[in-house]
Design a protein around this ligand. Structure first.
Ligand code: NAD
Length: 259
């Protein structure tokens, strides 16, 4: 795809959470926003992740960078304080993070522990609500919030296990947040990409089978890449999409409509 697109997001400011490396869906979003003229703020999980993320943030000319582990009290507030003091406002937020303890993720839902379920729900879902709460006051001119979901929210996808109910909760949270934030012209989208070979995906059993199945089913006949997801989000963040909110947008070559 030609990267030389019109700067339809010029002047917009986007906080993108979830870049681990250049395969991350969050990186595709940040790259697409940047190609469309926006400025981006980039976070890394911790010091171990930093050397992989910092060069990407530099390449994206991010004026705001820093650590963000949503399970560490105060870090989320610190990032939003940095956004407020540097930019004064925010237009776009991407939540592209997920986690479940591996023994809870690898086992079936029946065997998922209460602690594992709570941890997966907190990091993969409730943190989006916390982000929305902090982002909304900065979105004085309206804005767009994105959370990454997956087909396993709506259907049973073998081996997706505890993440199915967690993503279902995330999609429902998007609907309720869209309802509550609509009067402030803040739009909320769950984005549901087809399977992509990323670090997070490597934690899923038989992920290769899922990739093959998605490519076989997709009416468009091929897998998606992170820039497909990024450009879909970039479009939804523009004024051209100002009356779209609350839904789950599939970026999967159409695979979700085929049984
Ligand atoms: N890869 C796929 O096939 C696929 C498909 C649909 C949806 N998704 C979703 O996309 C999102 C991004 O995943 P990805 O596939 O790009 O993988 P990834 O490994 O590149 O990204 C996952 C990110 O989650 C972050 N993270 C985990 N725990 C965190 C915490 N406590 N605080 C802050 N960040 C934390 C990691 O640092 C990492 O950057 C996830 O929500 C995932 O469920 C992925």
């Amino acid at each position: 795809m030609n990267d030389a697109i019109r700067p339809v997001l010029a002047g917009k400011k986007a906080l993108v959470v979830g870049v681990a490396n250049d395969q991350s869906i969050a990186y595709g979003c940040a790259r697409a926003f940047r190609n469309a003229g926006a400025e981006v703020a980039i976070t890394w999980l911790n010091e171990k992740a930093r050397p992989h993320v910092e060069p990407l943030a530099r390449e994206l000319e991010a004026p705001i960078t820093g650590p963000l582990d949503v399970s560490v009290p105060g870090q989320l507030e610190a990032v939003f304080e940095q956004v407020r003091s540097t930019w004064g406002s925010l237009d776009i937020l991407v939540h592209s993070i997920a986690f479940a303890p591996s023994k809870d993720l690898q086992g079936g839902l029946l065997d998922c522990s209460a602690e594992g379920f709570a941890k997966a729900m907190d990091i993969s879902c409730h943190s989006f609500i916390r982000m929305a709460r902090l982002a909304a006051p900065l979105m004085t001119e309206g804005g767009t919030l994105f959370a990454m979901s997956y087909l396993g929210a709506a259907r049973v996808v073998p081996n997706y296990n505890v993440m199915g109910p967690v993503k279902a909760a995330l999609e429902a949270a998007c609907r309720y947040l869209a309802y509550e934030l609509g009067p402030r012209r803040i739009r909320v989208h769950a984005i549901s990409p087809g399977p992509l070979k990323t670090r997070a995906a490597s934690g899923l059993k038989d992920f290769e089978l899922l990739l093959n199945e998605a490519a076989r089913k997709a009416p468009l006949g091929e897998l998606v890449d992170i820039m497909d997801v990024g450009y879909a989000c970039a479009y939804l963040a523009t004024e051209f999409a100002h009356r779209i909110t609350g839904g789950t947008v599939y970026v999967d070559g159409g695979a979700n409509v085929v049984d």
